[in-house]
Design a protein around this ligand. Sequence first.
Ligand SMILES: [Ca+2]
Ligand SMILES: [Ca+2]
Length: 542
Amino acid sequence: MKIVNVNHNNSFDNKANTLNQILANPQKSVLPEKNFCISREALRIFLVVFLIYSVKWAPLQAQADEQINRPNVLFIASDDLNDWIGILNTHPQVKTPNLDRLAARGTLFTNAHTQAPLCNPSRISIMTGLRPSTTGIYGLSPRHRQVEKTKDVVTLPQYFAANGYRTMSGGKVFHGGITPIERKVEFKQWGPDGGHKPFPENKLVKVPLDMVDHPLIDWGVFPKEGDSLIDDYKVATWAVEQLEQLGAEEKRSQPFFMAVGFNKPHVPLYTTQKWFDLYPKEKDIILPPSPEGDRDDVPDFAWYLHWFLPEPRLSWLLKNNEWQSKVRAYLATISFMDAQVGRVLDELEAQGLDQNTIIVFWSDHGYHLGEKGITGKNTLWERATRVPLIFAGPGVSVGAQSSQPVELLDMYPTLAALAGLPKKEEIEGISIVPQLKESESPRKRPAITTHNPGNHSVRSERWRYIRYADGSEELYDHFRDPNEWSNLATNSSYSDVIAELAKWLPTDDAPLAPGSNHRVLEKVDGIWLWENEPIKFNNLIR
Ligand SMILES: [Ca+2]
Ligand SMILES: [Ca+2]
């Protein structure tokens, strides 16, 4: 008698064969020889039940086990943090012991770059795995669910949730102002939104700024004490509490994906006295080098990318004797943020979750503090594009550094690969798992940064090439000129280098998505518009 007609599953075939064998000759079967005094019918029922269980449920159980055994993800972001962290050796005074220890237990990327030098487009690129030149999202609005092209996109946390992860977010992960639809779909669980609180009654910097006298552009000691009053502290506390709970759940049914986003060192550069005390007084603060006349060999069009902004120019800082104090406040808020990262990492260890958790730390873009005559982001130069990027945990080399060019949008496929999730199609990042295993494993593709349609920079291991929307160019040799002081683009002996790098420029250049606003630049009827207003070069504030 043949009792089953099976599908093409090998283990099923083997089990069915065994069963048929047993039923054909129970006396001389694979069963123990001892007589159990059971009827042939009872044996048949037992075996059929066993077979159904093993074929139908066992694989599900195995799948569930596999899911539980998948690594957790701790996804930590900082806002507007440039490459000033201790281990990158970029500012001799900065103190970031917690980021340094994270880098020591994982892999640090020393040539990692954002896809957009501005919060919203950078974060949308990270979370969707798509470039600004693909989505058309270059400004502080719109958001990805408001754009036809991306409204149904599967974001990074959604992809993890779809693969059995419990997802949660605290603080600034997507750009601020989460919409109801995002709150419904992006993460399963939401902690505090985070923010810039608390605020002093009046701005601490009393002199009006040179362009937009924005309330957030301010710096100094506030509050005097009480770190726990600060939004970022509360976000870290939320993360610590979640980890406590996750650690206490003895047998979790799901791995977790926890996103924790800190606002510092985004302006306002407020924090308590103890973080300022880590640094010398203003007069001994080391300033980033910014030689006079550095922009003489830079195309005028570069000004269009940061035409009129709340962030003051270097000329304003110099005139008002605020350069050192702004840099000191930036350093202090970095150390405060670093301490919050430390609190989260400590709890992860205390709960014994560090062995099975992939940690990634990133910043959404860099920040100028005087270089090329400006402060803030919105440029295609190293100080605005380069970011700290650190991976640690299962599958990641310990104490390694990679100088290969990588992009923040590589995080999506990398985390998916490290977690053993199926490869996500239709995203533009490339997994950097090869570099996490062998840090200098070569990468062909350079890192691309875009600020508004048609303005791109291409950063390879050695070079930075910039092409602006009016066709003007810059080229820097990072082996000889790490500060990007000497523009080689007009020197014809570099035309081959430029031709090679230019091959990587995005060719699609999506126009500004409908609803684009804030820090957007476009050409309409032959006239360049900054935030919808015509640019008049003689009105330039330098
Ligand atoms: Ca930012
Ligand atoms: Ca120069």
